[in-house]
Write a protein that binds this ligand. Structure first.
Ligand code: AMP
Ligand code: ZN
Length: 110
């Protein structure tokens, strides 16, 4: 079982900040900003490259989680960056789809 599936099953501790039937969000263990969490689907999917039409629906749930978290966590100006690394060359190290949500730091334009 992958690391994030173990976090979902509460076999590995994490600072959970949001949870519903479809998604879980918890603090990143190595934050790169004062606010840095990971939003993951409860369904194990390795990468975006493994999505199909049915599985892609998890992204609607992940985006709604980001929106709800921005309100619940009082993210300043509701301004944040969402990042998904897909594949090793893009920096993906955990092969269970996850979206980084980063805020409370001045972010450069892309
Ligand atoms: P990525 O490089 O996009 O695959 O992101 C994986 C992220 O998972 C990194 O930012 C890590 O800091 C984070 N991470 C790894 N292990 C844990 C853990 N046990 N709890 C929380 N975050 C973790
Ligand atoms: Zn998994």
């Amino acid at each position: 079982m992958c690391l994030f599936c173990k976090i979902i099953k509460k076999e590995i501790p994490a600072k959970i900040i949001y949870e519903n039937e479809k998604v879980l969000a918890f603090e990143d263990i190595e934050p790169v900003a004062p606010f840095h969490i990971l939003i993951i689907p409860k369904e194990h999917i390795n990468t975006i490259n493994d999505l199909d039409d049915k599985k892609a629906a998890v992204f609607a749930d992940m985006m709604m989680a980001a929106k709800n978290i921005a309100t619940a966590q009082k993210i300043k100006n509701k301004s944040y960056r969402l990042i998904i690394n897909a594949g090793e060359d893009a920096g993906q190290t955990v092969f269970h789809i996850h979206m980084h949500m980063i805020a409370h730091r001045k972010l450069c334009s892309l």
